[in-house]
Design a protein around this ligand. Sequence first.
Ligand SMILES: C[S@@+](CC[C@H](N)C(=O)[O-])C[C@H]1O[C@@H](n2cnc3c(N)ncnc32)[C@H](O)[C@@H]1O
Length: 293
Amino acid sequence: MNSAESNIGRPLRIGHERTCACPQNHINCLSAKEWIQHQIAVWEFYYEARDVRDKNVHPATYPIALPSKCISLFSHKGELVLDPFVGVGTTLVAARDLGRNAAGFDLKADYVEFSNKRLNSMPDNGTTQIALCDDAHNIPSYLEEETVALCVTSPPYANLLNRRRQNKSIRGDLRRDEHYLKVQQYSDDPRDLGTMNAEAYAETMGEIFEGILPLLRHKAHCLVNITDYWWEDKRVPAHMHVINALQDVGYELRNIIIWDRRNIVNRAGIFGWPNNYITLSTTFEYIVDFWRP
Ligand SMILES: C[S@@+](CC[C@H](N)C(=O)[O-])C[C@H]1O[C@@H](n2cnc3c(N)ncnc32)[C@H](O)[C@@H]1O
């Protein structure tokens, strides 16, 4: 049994105190000059060689640069970062890079194993990052109240992936690649948010984040990457559902950030032409920023 398996269901012993010498009232370790570069609410990221982009490994990862930016902005060295839907561990890699402790959870054992292997191949810097295989509902049994400095995550976008992949963002013959018409769902576990329709999804997000709220320090930020999507010719404003669900359980909305993805969407087709105007929804996503008031 490895350490991630032996930790299942048990309180996690993981550091959460600052190890930097920043003044107590600073919200991050950045200088004013560095901070000013983060003032624009439209963010753009590039993937790097370490990013996992193989859809056979995981169908929906974000780039390491995304959690890196959130961690730099909203935590200090040595503090504890939480990702309730950790996938293949992108947030944990960013936390290691930046000297933060971090815990990540995912329902799917393969992803958790992949995450921990990924971390094992990185240089040790005295901080701990760990992925655990469990339902995000159970996170409160692992972490102490008021120890988490930042929650950053990309949950499933409800049942967006639970249908045959059409590759609509790819033009011409290139659409029929190896992923065309495959259903690339994370799992068919009924607890998986990726199996839920919009209503069940919003309710479950509320339940999970209600459990996480007491674990956050006061004024700790919670950033949720989410996108709106089309479902049977109807636009689903998933970011609004997430805002409502989290506000209802006590989070306060601070910022709505746009992740401009135009730099990574290639060869876009012309949707709806010539009788309908449809924007390609993958050209941007939201990073909705809340805090514990
Ligand atoms: C969008 S992916 C996260 C990807 C991650 N940001 C990365 O870069 O690897 C969402 C993840 O949530 C997981 N998931 C879905 N429902 C869950 C639940 N109830 N508890 C924990 N994890 C869940 C899925 O298995 C999936 O890996």
